[in-house]
Structures are given as structure tokens and as C-alpha cells.
Design a protein around this ligand. Structure first.
Ligand code: PLP
Length: 416
């Protein structure tokens, strides 16, 4: 069977496909310790809330209404209205419903945006997407129609007390060139839990404006919802910024509802692309989110339930890691948000790809670091020394996973 060039590219076994397969396989394997994928937590208070909300929406006919009708290509109009009003009031952003479009999750959104701004242009030039701070989200890596669509920049590493460290944008070496078509950063960052500082974000914003290219900020974990962010930083939006938000980390990944906030011209482009590729985004997630906003629950639950839950989990997980792995064996990226811990095994004698395979054989799933450097041009040993783990499972599962991780690390050291 032969495919088109598009087919050849998009039927590859990408890192994100392997991750999703591990997740599906793990879910069917009893006793597997799933610290690999990005599934959000099953927070009892949120699950109860969604059950009750869905029951009420069902009783009021709102669920059948959502299921039995297409929305427009920008997505459910009542949600666009409610979101615009909420963001104006909460954050003072000058936006209207015309600044918002919905997509079927982030992969659709990033596929649109990367290929809108990067790739071959009518004049024969080729533009690329710049990730100013690698490591960066694995989901971006294969979303380009053209080969070599991404360039990423190595970070500066700040060593912190208690065996922690933090990545910073290396502005001295950051190169924005004529072929940069878009700057993209996740904040909070998957895989590291980093939150780039207000100062860093403002500098990127200025650079983007100076070069007349958009700055895309992936705010899947950020404020004002779902609020999985533990450092005091300000959200930023202006017409040169394209902001991605999502319902997934509220606990609704199955709703596949992504939200793009941008200048009206960008939104109109997204709307047309939605029409061609999806007709319209799905309606159930937006119907739920509309109800949550109307009832004043979206921000309240983010602040009072979701954020404290993750903050508590991350603290407990770090305590477990330190019981099994001292600082000289494992450094931890300062956890400022998102649902992962990024572990750096500086002196590990084997690659984290091999460590991943050994852990998988013992039923523990984590993700080796090298997947998270899309477009890094030069080989960098650091990419093979890190590992991402999801800290969301219950404490027993976390402890089991960390114990096996520590055993495999000691085994690797003993082999040399
Ligand atoms: N963006 C980042 C940075 C993520 O980590 C994730 C999920 O892990 C997503 C987006 C996925 O969002 P969605 O479920 O809205 O596609």
C-alpha cells in the first residue's frame, strides 16, 4: 500500500502515538503503574459535581439540545459570549465573542496554527515555529505539514536548593530570524512544570511584536481555569498573542474542547479551517462549560478544588521521591504548575530511553526526556538524562512506581 507524502508523514509512529498507546495498554493491564500519560486526576469532588451537573442538564433537556444540533464553525455561541464576558470582567482583557473560537482539542488547534504561520509560503520562502524554551510539549512535535517545521532553543539552567532546578529562556542566544513564523510556549510547561516568569513572557511578547509574528501561549493548565499553577504570575493577552485554553484539565479530557483567544482575523481563519476539517467543533463540552460559567462554578472550582488538589499531590510526590532518591541521584524541576514532575538523572550511566524500557518491563510507565526537544538542532546529552512522570495517581501507586524507579537507577549504576 502506498500513500501520499501527507500519508507518509502522518502515518508515522510518532512519540505522541506511542504515548497514547502506552496509556491505552496500561489502562487494560491490571497493576500497571501509569505515570506516563497526561490524564488529569479523578478528583472526587469534581466527579460528583460533573455527575450532578450532567443529571440536571439532562433533566432540563440541555444535553439532548447539545447532542442533536450542529454549532457554527467557531463553536457554541452561548459559550463564546459567556467566556468573553468572564475574561473581560476577571482579567480586564478587551475581548468580544469575535475573539474566540473553539476546536476539537489542542492537536486540532495546533495543527491549524502551526501550519497557518509556518511552512512554505506563496513567495517560496519557508517559515518555522520557534519554541524559545525546550523542553517543550511532545504533542507539538509532529503537527507540521512540512518537514523540519520546528526550531527549539536550549534553556539556561538555574540550580536551586533542595535538589531542584529551573529552566529559563536563554535570551542571549535566542535567534528570531526572517524564517521565524510563530513563537510558541506552554505556560505552565508540559513536561517540566515550569512557568516562565512574567518578565520572560513580556520579553517574548516584545520580541514577537518587533518581528511582527504572533506569540502562541498554550495555557492548558493555567489561569483563570483550570488553575493548576502554583506560582504568582499574571496571565497575558493582547491582539498579537494567540492563547490556547482547554476544558481537559478541569477533568473533562473526553470533551475534546479547546479554546483559542486571538485577534479577530486569526479567529476568522480558524473558523474557516474548522468548517473544512470538522464542520463544527463538538457541542457537549461547550454546553457543560456554559453552565459552569452561568452558575459561577468554573473559576470557583478551579481555585478552591482543582488547584489545592494538585498542589497537595505534588508535595506528597516530592516527599516520596526524596525517600527513595537523594539529590545526588535525581534533581527535580521546580514544580510551578501542570501535572508532571521532570526528573534529571545527571550521572545516569544509561539513557532514559533504556530506563523507560526497563521500567515498562516492570509495569511502570514514564516518558523518556528526548521526546520533548522538538527541533533542537544539536545533540545535547541532557535530553537523554531526564524523565517525565505524571504525579496524579494515588500515593500507593506513586510509591510503587518510585520504588521501582529507584531500584532501576541503582541497578544501572551498579552495572558500570
Ligand atoms: N497542551 C499541553 C501543554 C498539554 O500538556 C496538554 C495535555 O497533556 C494539552 C495541551 C492537551 O489539551 P487538550 O486535551 O485540550 O487537547
Amino acid at each position: 500500500m502506498t500513500f501520499s507524502a501527507f500519508g507518509d508523514k502522518f502515518t508515522r509512529h510518532s512519540g505522541i502515538a506511542r504515548l497514547m498507546e502506552d496509556m491505552g495498554e496500561g489502562l487494560r493491564t491490571p497493576g500497571a503503574v501509569m505515570l506516563g500519560g497526561g490524564n488529569p486526576a479523578q478528583i472526587p469532588a469534581m466527579n460528583d459535581y460533573f455527575q450532578q451537573l450532567l443529571q440536571q442538564m439532562h433533566d432540563e433537556g440541555k444535553l439532548t439540545d447539545a447532542l442533536c444540533n450542529y454549532d457554527g464553525p467557531r463553536g457554541k455561541a452561548v459559550l463564546l459570549d459567556a467566556l468573553a464576558e468572564m475574561l473581560r470582567e476577571e482579567l480586564g482583557w478587551q475581548i468580544s465573542p469575535q475573539n474566540i473560537a473553539l476546536t476539537n482539542g489542542s492537536q486540532s488547534a495546533f495543527f491549524y496554527l502551526f501550519n497557518l504561520y509556518a511552512g512554505r509560503r506563496a513567495d517560496g520562502s519557508k517559515k518555522r515555529v520557534l519554541f524559545p524554551l525546550a523542553p517543550e510539549y511532545l504533542g507539538y512535535a509532529d503537527a507540521g505539514l512540512d518537514e523540519d517545521l520546528f526550531v527549539s532553543a536550549k534553556p539556561n539552567i538555574e540550580l536551586l536548593p533542595e535538589g531542584q532546578f529551573k529552566y529559563h529562556v536563554d535570551f542571549e542566544h535566542l535567534q528570531i530570524t526572517d524564517d521565524t513564523g510563530l513563537i510558541c510556549v506552554s505556560r505552565p510547561t508540559n513536561p517540566t512544570g515550569n512557568v516562565i516568569t512574567d518578565e520572560e513572557l513580556m520579553k517574548l511578547d516584545v520580541l514577537a511584536q518587533q518581528h511582527d509574528i504572533p506569540l502562541l501561549i498554550d495555557n492548558a493548565y493555567g489561569v483563570p481555569f483550570p488553575g493548576i499553577i502554583f506560582s504568582e504570575v499574571r496571565p497575558l493577552w493582547n491582539p498579537n498573542i494567540i492563547l490556547y485554553m482547554s476544558l481537559s484539565k478541569l477533568g473533562l479530557p473526553g470533551s475534546r474542547c479547546g479554546i483559542i483567544i486571538a485577534d479577530e482575523k486569526v479567529i476568522s481563519a480558524i473558523s474557516n479551517m474548522n468548517g473544512i476539517i470538522s464542520l463544527a467543533p463538538g457541542s457537549i463540552g461547550p454546553a457543560i462549560a456554559t453552565e459552569m460559567i452561568k452558575r459561577g462554578d468554573l473559576l470557583r472550582l478551579s481555585e478552591q478544588v482543582i488547584k489545592p488538589f494538585y498542589q497537595q499531590r505534588v508535595k506528597q510526590t516530592i516527599a516520596v521521591i526524596r525517600r527513595y532518591l537523594p539529590e545526588n541521584r535525581c534533581l527535580i524541576h521546580k514544580p510551578e504548575g501542570a501535572i508532571f514532575l521532570w526528573l534529571w538523572f545527571q550521572d545516569l550511566p544509561i539513557s532514559t530511553e533504556l530506563l523507560y524500557q526497563r521500567l515498562k518491563q516492570r509495569g511502570v510507565l514514564m516518558v523518556p526526556g528526548h521526546f520533548f526537544f522538538p527541533g533542537l538542532e544539536h545533540e545535547w546529552p541532557h535530553t537523554h538524562q531526564c524523565m517525565r512522570m505524571n504525579y496524579v495517581p494515588d500515593s500507593e501507586t506513586i510509591e510503587k512506581g518510585i520504588r521501582i524507579l529507584a531500584e532501576e537507577i541503582e541497578r544501572a549504576h551498579a552495572e558500570t
